[in-house]
Design a protein around this ligand. Structure first.
Ligand SMILES: Cc1cc2nc3c(=O)[nH]c(=O)nc-3n(C[C@H](O)[C@H](O)[C@H](O)COP(=O)(O)O)c2cc1C
Length: 364
């Protein structure tokens, strides 16, 4: 740990070296405005599900194997047929400009170098221009005006996005108490850029007012398939019943997610929902998970329980708040290093060797 030279009383400054993801959290909490911090940190209602996302990882115990020559550990894997350097991507989170002036452009540059996948709700053209070689998916909501969704899908597709992530857990926005107390709003100089010229007024929760369609149903998945050739990944599934329906509807992947605990409070921790979904899907499509991943051993646990890849939401924002592109890069590098170490300490030389045998049986 380096010595802080800025004479701050306690706390964390940009001169200090970062050791783990919670160091970035501490920094972000200290340096962002209260309303911005609260917006990023928010969970729904009493935040039980948000907090359980982290606690659930801590309840899982590993069964490490030994004496397996782990002098070389290969963290590479594939998602949807594309190789990525390690099985961590950036989850879609709104309003990166609140954390760092370059916003999603900085996030995209950071993830291009590490060859992880990213998707964003911000201007697709700017992101592609900033990081032309990045591997990225586009996260989509279904809007009341289907023409608007269609327009965005076509833009993403023509710009080379490789998959559509359809978020299905926001028929309405969850009740986030501090946002209400703070009367959280985007400052007037920022906009939801993908809607520039379409909607003038950016609403507090990332989408223009009254545009999300609460009548969204499986029929809309079929509709989406009819307007795109891109693979469709459904984000926000938490039960085996919905996982089976997703497979039957011919989508290419599932992200097991509770939206970082920001939607239904009282739902399961996403890692606790993973095993039943993987058991149901039986390898027919890829299954990913997000929510509460803060260490390399969390990544290992998720893969051992059957996730092909995981996504991080808030930690990427903390990295941005710390040092923009460089901060996100550092977050990913730390997670990559920790994951590699956890693999080695549990006797896994490559991701194919990460199996359920690594998990103590109460989770299976
Ligand atoms: C500030 C914030 C904004 C988010 N915005 C979106 C969004 O626009 N679309 C979406 O599908 N998920 C959104 N999410 C959920 C994330 O994609 C992801 O599911 C969640 O953050 C993962 O949990 P973690 O933050 O504990 O890693 C958001 C999450 C946060 C924290």
């Amino acid at each position: 740990m380096s010595i802080c030279t800025c004479n701050r009383e306690g706390g964390r400054c940009a001169e200090m070296s970062m050791v783990c993801l919670t160091d970035f959290e501490e920094y972000a909490k200290e340096h962002l405005s209260k309303a911005t911090w609260d917006y990023y940190a928010a969970g729904a209602d009493e935040c039980c599900t948000r907090d359980d996302n982290l606690l659930a990882y801590k309840r899982i115990r590993l069964r490490p194997r030994i004496l397996r020559d782990v002098s070389v550990c290969d963290t590479r894997t594939t998602v949807q047929g594309t190789e990525i350097s390690f099985p961590v991507g950036i989850a879609p989170t709104a309003f990166h400009c609140l954390a760092w002036h370059e916003g999603e452009v900085a996030t995209a540059r950071a993830t291009e170098a590490l060859n992880t996948c990213t998707y964003s709700t911000c201007s697709v053209e700017e992101i592609v221009a900033a990081a032309p070689n990045g591997y990225r998916w586009f996260q989509l909501y279904v809007y009341r005006d289907r023409k608007l969704s269609e327009h965005i899908v076509q833009r993403a597709e023509s710009l080379g996005y490789k998959a559509l992530v359809l978020t299905v857990d926001v028929p309405y926005t969850g009740k986030r108490r501090n946002d209400i107390r703070n009367q959280f709003k985007l400052p007037p100089h920022l906009k939801v850029k993908n809607f520039d010229g379409v909607f003038q007024q950016a609403e507090a929760y990332g989408v223009p007012p009254d545009t999300l369609d609460p009548s969204i149903s499986w029929k809309d998945v079929q509709w989406l398939q009819s307007i795109t050739r891109l693979p469709i990944i459904i984000k926000g599934i938490l039960t085996k019943e919905d996982a089976e329906l997703a497979v039957e509807h011919g989508v290419q992947g599932i992200i097991v997610s509770n939206h970082g605990g920001r939607q239904l409070d009282g739902g399961p921790a996403s890692i606790d929902a993973l095993a039943e979904i993987v058991n149901t899907v039986r390898g027919r499509i890829e299954v990913y998970v997000d929510g509460g991943i803060r260490t390399g051993s969390d990544v290992l646990k998720a893969l051992a329980l059957g996730a092909k890849c995981v996504f991080i939401g808030r930690p990427a924002i903390w990295g941005l708040a710390y040092k923009g592109e460089e901060g996100v890069r550092e977050v990913l590098q730390i997670l990559n290093d920790e994951f590699r170490l956890s693999m080695a300490l549990s006797g896994c030389r490559n991701v194919a060797e990460i199996s359920r045998d690594l998990i103590q049986c109460s989770k299976l």
